[in-house]
Design a protein around this ligand. Structure first.
Ligand SMILES: [Zn+2]
Length: 219
């Protein structure tokens, strides 16, 4: 590990354009930019930092994050999900909720949900204490639609019934399932490129912000 002690002897004006400045002397803990909680740390590893907000009323499974990461780790991609109290991406753990569908009068159980799908930096996923549910919700956060959504690249057919992005809400009753954990390579690639794109866009935004905030005269 190398630290760049000389950076501060240069003008900060230029330091902000420097590659080294990204970590702002926080090289040691590996954090780069605040709030960019999902990122590629190399070609085949994604690190996703989450701040666990436990609303279960009891302790969640010790292996929840690892088990969810293992589900997402398919097709040559490896996920690390890390509980980080400083993370801006929130993982809210809560108990499933039940409501009665006004049309069918059948009970509908919600195991988890996401808002603002695609937001992998300071977003939020809500999940019950179950790795499959968590992996499914993170799939949404990294842009994956349900297999029965219009924009899905997969067909809503028997062969995809055990896909991670199937759910109990499938419009084809015979295909409803919320246990499958399969991901096809296209889904793995879509998650990866989405996370990378968000990271790059946000990094650029933050660089511009930083540059705009630099005083004109450091000395
Ligand atoms: Zn879903």
């Amino acid at each position: 590990m190398v630290r760049f002690f000389n950076v501060d002897s240069l003008s900060k004006k230029y330091a902000y354009q420097s590659h080294y400045n990204f970590s702002e002397n926080r090289v040691v803990d590996g954090r780069e930019l605040e709030g960019l909680e999902a990122k590629l740390i190399n070609e085949n590893t994604i690190e996703w930092r989450v701040k666990v907000d436990n609303k279960l009323g009891y302790d969640y499974s010790k292996t929840l994050l690892k088990d969810a990461a293992d589900i997402l780790s398919q097709n040559g991609m490896k996920y690390n999900i890390i509980n980080d109290p400083e993370a801006k991406f929130t993982l809210e753990l809560s108990r499933p909720t039940m409501r009665i569908d006004p049309v069918t009068k059948e009970p509908v159980v919600t195991n988890g949900y996401t808002m603002n799908d695609g937001n992998t930096y300071d977003g939020k996923a809500v999940s019950k204490d179950n790795p499959r549910t968590l992996a499914h919700e993170l799939g949404h956060k990294a842009s994956l639609p349900h297999i029965f959504d219009e924009k899905s690249k997969l067909t809503n057919t028997e062969e995809n019934k055990n896909n991670l992005m199937n759910s109990g809400d499938n419009n084809k009753k015979e295909l409803r399932s919320s246990n499958g954990t399969e991901l096809v390579p296209a889904q793995t690639n879509d998650m990866k490129s989405h996370i990378q794109k968000v990271y790059e866009n946000k990094t650029k935004e933050k660089e511009i912000e930083s540059k705009n905030n630099i005083p004109n005269d450091i000395n």
